[in-house]
Design a protein around this ligand. Structure first.
Ligand code: NDP
Length: 315
């Protein structure tokens, strides 16, 4: 049978390119988990995906109710779950004030980390039930949350501190809207959320890989300077960033190439190792990359897991 893969945020950028790459093989049915149904339908059509290869299902990661609803709808569809790709993200580099999810968590961490955390925890049951030979749970990471790299050292740097803001509910009322308890900074909140994504992948690996055989993986797909992720940045940045990445840092990858990379992490028989953060070199060959000290801190991973569990109502 065809593999069945759920991709969050498949209505644009990396998620769409991955959906297209997998659908084109004829070996995958892609469930596009998106907050804007019409946008996703238009995106799938204009990418040339044929109807029998995809289904769109509503998911708004900035609402935990919506996450629960998605899981219920998915189960009712009767489709198996073979691979889950946590890809969606928001980035608010120019926001002066924090925005919040339905439950009142700062929006970047609430969407990118907490929404995906609940989704992944709930869908573990479904992954476990699947009889697919190579089951995978993927969380898209980023170099920007990784302070052992040049890009990861551009200020403001990611830093989760002692998690006091997260433990306090990340609501900007009786706690800070930032994980480390500091003043709000939209760019930092995004980077912090990506550290949480990479820590969560490793904690999943430690808790569940041996028992379930599921492959847990993260990746840095390259700098895809043209996606909607930068939509809220100032216009000057948006016009200069793609050529800067192309000609100066040479880290630029097209959306199509990045989609092929993530599709490899979904389906390539040679990328089954669990607990790995994949990256690609200049010749587009994959390799196991090192994470920064904070992004591989075992203690912090466990604490982020435990605090997140409380926030999303699982503990
Ligand atoms: P895009 O903005 O193009 O795509 C993000 C997707 O997330 C969109 O489909 C968006 O939906 C969706 N999304 C946002 N908020 C929600 C929500 N509340 N509920 C459901 N879906 C939501 O950005 P990219 O493709 O660049 O980003 C994809 C991933 O790649 C992210 O995890 C990002 O961190 C990562 N990444 C990107 C890099 C880059 O250079 N671009 C580099 C490294 C990592 P909608 O279409 O409705 O807005």
């Amino acid at each position: 049978r065809k593999g069945s893969v759920v991709i969050t945020g498949a209505s644009s950028g990396l998620g769409l390119a991955t959906a297209k790459a997998l659908a084109e093989t004829g070996k995958w049915h892609v469930i596009m988990a998106c907050r804007d149904f019409l946008k996703a339908e238009r995106a799938a059509k204009s990418a040339g995906m044929s109807k029998e290869n995809y289904t769109i299902m509503h998911l708004d990661l900035s609402s935990l109710d919506s996450v629960w609803q998605f899981v219920e709808n998915f189960r009712q569809s009767g489709r198996p779950l073979d691979v889950l790709v946590n890809n969606a993200a928001v980035y608010q580099p120019t926001a002066r004030e924090p925005a919040f999810t339905a439950e009142g968590f700062e929006l970047s961490v609430g969407t990118n980390h907490l929404g995906h955390f609940l989704l992944s925890r709930l869908l573990m049951d479904d992954l476990n039930k699947s009889d697919y030979p190579s089951k995978r749970l993927i969380i898209v990471g980023s170099i920007t949350g990784n302070t052992n790299t040049l890009a990861g050292n551009v200020p403001p740097k990611a830093n989760l501190g002692d998690l006091r803001g997260l433990a306090g509910g990340l609501n900007g009322l009786n706690s800070s809207a930032m994980i480390d308890g500091g003043n709000f900074d939209g760019a930092k909140a995004y980077k912090d959320s990506k550290i949480c994504n990479m820590l969560t992948m490793q904690e999943f690996h430690r808790r569940y890989h041996e028992e379930t055989g599921i492959t847990f993986a993260s990746l840095y797909p390259g700098c895809i300077a043209t996606t909607g992720l930068f939509r809220e940045h100032i216009p000057l940045f948006r016009s200069l960033f793609p050529p800067f990445q192309k000609y100066i840092t040479k880290g630029f990858v097209s959306e199509e190439e990045s989609g092929k990379r993530l599709a490899q992490v979904v389906s390539d028989p040679s990328l089954t190792k669990s607990g790995v953060y994949w990256s690609w070199n200049k010749d587009s060959a994959s390799f196991e990359n090192q994470l920064s000290q904070e992004a591989s801190d075992v203690d912090k991973a466990r604490k982020v897991w435990e605090v997140s569990e409380k926030l999303v109502g699982l503990a």
